[in-house]
Design a protein around this ligand. Structure first.
Ligand SMILES: *Cc1c(COP(=O)(O)O)cnc(C)c1O
Length: 463
């Protein structure tokens, strides 16, 4: 086995990507107003903007694209997907949606309309937004080790803080807590896993207080692989057994299939409760489409059914998690400050440690993203003073986030480790020149500060 340590697939179709010169990239990033969201994708050599909807499908999935059944009602592909999810996750009732956020919306309509607090390890933005609009307050109760950029070696930095959860419940009327959500892996802090023990404990507390527990399952397979690797008692269980146990603790789940579903679009919401399912169906019909397609085409349902199966394959997961770890280890070896341990879907560079001389008001993370693109044609994304600043509601003053990060996300089955080497060498080159680097100033931003990073324009500060 130790001699077989390479990708568990061979490549059947290739998509050419374009190499470019530094001079070209300098021109392109200038035309894009120093915001990588404004680049054209064909100007990018290695795209590490996101792992969402960027997976490569297998030959079996492509075959499924041809056999997908496009019937409006009762599509054969829906029943295939339904069966796949029932067997994998153990939920009897499944409603497809066009993306994960549509499932989030439905969940918000079921649980968030009567105010109160929705507790989670760390809620994902799309649910948070829907819950707030519906009238509830999402509360993050992640453990302290999961909050900070320190390299505390905790194996499950996505865990919910059990003491904080108990305290919160003890100091509130449980009628004010309509729902608890555990996000696996925890996207908000870098794809950090949640342990089975933590999920089990949260579930028992939730049950004792009659509060439903849902799982936000976008990266459930990666989470289960970490459980197998790191949690006592799970080394000899199969990933499928771990998946089934994990979901057994929840009333239902929401899923963005653009991640561990190994497809480019789609999502779903599951429940065990038939009367709740009737409500879900109604919401899906008005917002998504008829219950057996929910905004997806038959071919996409078919590819997802196959992708879920491939996504829990142990050899695939070993390769996947090892590739992300490889990127993290190689960056670390070159002295580049990253968040440790690395999570399941990408590596987070600590841009403030990288550029200690650039203040947050001059966007060190964004400056690093821009220089990395110029250097290696690599597109990362800033998660720092541009993406996560807030405005003080009273003074209007900008409050910068605690962390200034650049995320390098690894798409599933898309790039080889030689591509990872390009990323490492490019970032190492920027690191050598870090003292000469300067920050940026914003020249345009949209009216909503929490969305400004998508469309902002910048210019370099030259003095
Ligand atoms: C991506 C994601 C979503 C939203 O899913 P979309 O398919 O992008 O709409 C929700 N929750 C988590 C944890 C995610 O990672």
């Amino acid at each position: 086995m130790e001699f077989l340590d390479a990708e568990p697939f061979r490549i059947k179709a290739v998509e050419p990507i374009k190499k470019s010169t530094r001079k070209e990239r300098e021109q392109w990033i200038k035309e894009a107003d120093f915001n990588v969201f404004r680049l054209r994708a064909d100007q990018v050599y290695i795209d590490m903007l996101t792992d969402s909807g960027t997976s490569a499908m297998s030959s079996t999935q492509w075959a499924g694209i041809m056999t997908g059944d496009e019937s409006y009602a009762g599509s054969k592909s829906f029943f295939r997907l339904e069966k796949a999810i029932q067997e994998l996750m153990g939920f009897p009732f499944i409603q497809p949606t066009h993306q994960g956020r549509a499932a989030d919306f439905i969940m918000s309509q079921l649980y968030a309309k009567n105010g109160g607090y929705i507790l989670g390890n760390m809620h994902f933005d799309s649910f948070k937004g829907h819950a707030e609009i519906a009238g509830s307050t999402p509360v993050d109760l992640i453990i302290e080790e999961g909050r900070t950029a320190n390299s505390n070696p905790h194996p499950f930095k996505g865990n919910m803080d059990i003491e904080k959860l108990k305290d919160f419940i003890a100091t509130h009327d449980t009628r004010e807590i309509p729902l608890i959500i555990i996000t696996v892996t925890c996207n908000g802090n870098g794809g950090q896993p949640v342990s089975m023990e933590n999920i089990r404990t949260v579930a028992s507390i939730a049950k004792a207080h009659n509060i439903p527990l849902m799982i936000d399952a976008a990266r459930f397979a990666e989470n289960c692989y970490f459980i197998k690797q790191r949690e006592p008692g799970y080394a000899d269980k199969s990933i499928k057994e771990i998946v089934l146990e994990m979901f057994s603790y929840a009333e239902g789940c929401v899923m963005s299939s653009k991640k561990d579903g190994l497809v480019n679009i789609g999502g779903f919401i599951c429940t065990r409760d038939e009367s709740l399912f009737a409500q879900i169906n109604q919401l899906a019909i008005i917002n998504e489409g008829f219950v057996t397609y929910g905004g997806m085409s038959g071919r996409d349902l078919e590819a997802l059914a196959i992708g879920l199966e491939e996504g829990v394959n142990e050899e695939y997961l070993a390769y996947r998690i090892a590739q992300v770890a490889y990127l993290g280890n190689e960056l670390s070896k070159r002295g580049i400050p990253i968040i440790q341990p690395v999570g399941g879907h990408g590596v987070y560079v600590d841009a403030q440690k990288f550029y200690p001389h650039i203040p947050q008001s001059e966007f060190p993370g964004q400056a690093l993203v821009v220089e990395l693109f110029k250097t290696g044609g690599v597109r990362g994304v800033e998660l720092g003073s541009c993406a996560f600043s807030k405005k003080d509601p009273k003074t209007g003053e900008i409050i910068f986030p605690e962390l200034e990060l650049v995320r390098l996300t690894v798409s599933r089955r898309v790039y080889t480790n030689r591509h990872m080497d390009v990323v490492v060498n490019s970032l190492a080159d920027v690191y050598q020149r870090r003292n000469e680097m300067k920050g940026l100033r914003i020249t345009y931003q949209g009216p909503i500060i929490s969305l400004r990073h998508f469309t902002a324009k910048f210019e370099p500060i030259i003095d």
